[in-house]
Design a protein around this ligand. Structure first.
Ligand SMILES: Nc1nc2c(ncn2[C@@H]2O[C@H](COP(=O)(O)OP(=O)(O)OP(=O)(O)O)[C@@H](O)[C@H]2O)c(=O)[nH]1
Ligand SMILES: [Mg+2]
Length: 261
């Protein structure tokens, strides 16, 4: 069994070493406890956007494979990483020390034991207040509420506790899902695009509460600019989903979401 862990970075010299060290410790402790006797191979890909602060060197020193993707964007980095990944499963996290590496093996174990296709870490249910700025918290609340309203119809058939945290960047999922998903977004809305695509295709999606810590280094996200950009993206996506549903009903194809993969 092989796991590809993908970490996008852009000038994360403060956090990348800490993140990779935490992953090493999780492999030594949690993985050997949770998967005794299982030969779990790891591939760690750091997709770097051309950092100039030594991030690439630190990542290499910690044993990660660094891939330079100069085209800007969080979503762009992930699409490049997904195309290179060779694992049966893909896991993700930021390179800023915010996500709990020791909880990643638990997510993988849950995925394997429940037959789920995709698990996304829910940062908000267990979060300490200081882990996120007030602007980020308000932005998250606004975007999660917007998704609830805009995608009410789409989310009707899926369990209640879904997309509590639409902006989370820690996921574990089966790589075999990827060819079915339409992933067009290069920027920050990639996070909700991926989750909505998984749900729209009827794949088994779940959120799992995780611990979330304060970031090392400077945020690359601007609460206002990216928040408004994400909101506009959601409106656009909702419009496309309705258009597609209308087109399919004209052709006599059932477009009720979620549908079977
Ligand atoms: N390769 C690449 N990585 C990026 C780019 N923009 C952001 N990242 C990385 O993507 C991850 C997520 O960006 P963050 O700035 O942490 O955004 P966030 O997690 O939503 O916001 P914070 O709560 O402030 O951490 C980080 O590891 C960034 O270094 C980019 O253009 N290219
Ligand atoms: Mg982050």
């Amino acid at each position: 069994m092989r796991l590809s862990l993908i970490i996008p970075t852009l000038n994360e010299k403060e956090g990348i070493g800490y993140t990779l060290q935490a992953i090493k410790e999780a492999r030594e402790k949690e993985v050997s406890e949770l998967f005794p006797g299982v030969d779990l191979e790891w591939e760690i890909l750091v997709i770097d956007g051309g950092s100039t602060d030594g991030t690439q060197e630190i990542a290499t020193e910690h044993g990660a494979k660094v891939v330079v993707e100069k085209r800007r964007g969080y979503g762009r980095a992930y699409k490049t990483g997904f195309a290179l990944a060779t694992g049966d499963f893909i896991a993700t996290m930021d390179g800023d020390g915010t996500y709990p590496a020791n909880e990643l093996p638990w997510m993988l174990k849950r995925l394997l034991h429940t037959g789920l296709d995709f698990i996304s870490g829910d940062r908000l249910s267990l979060m300490e207040k200081k882990a996120m700025t007030r602007e980020h918290r308000i932005g998250n609340w606004a975007l999660n509420s917007a998704i609830r309203v805009l995608f009410h119809e789409v989310l009707k058939g899926v369990p209640e506790r879904v997309l509590v945290d639409s902006q989370s960047g820690m996921w574990v999922f089966k790589r075999s899902l990827l060819p079915a998903l339409r992933l067009n977004e290069d920027g920050m809305p990639f996070s909700e695009e991926l989750k909505l695509e998984v749900i729209l295709h009827g794949f088994k999606f779940e959120e799992m509460p995780i611990h979330y810590a304060e970031r090392w280094g400077q945020p690359k996200l601007s609460s206002w600019k990216d928040g408004i950009g994400n909101l506009l993206w959601l409106l656009k996506k909702r419009f496309h989903v309705s258009q597609e549903a209308r087109a399919s009903s004209k052709l006599g194809v059932s477009a009720s979401a979620p549908h079977s993969p």
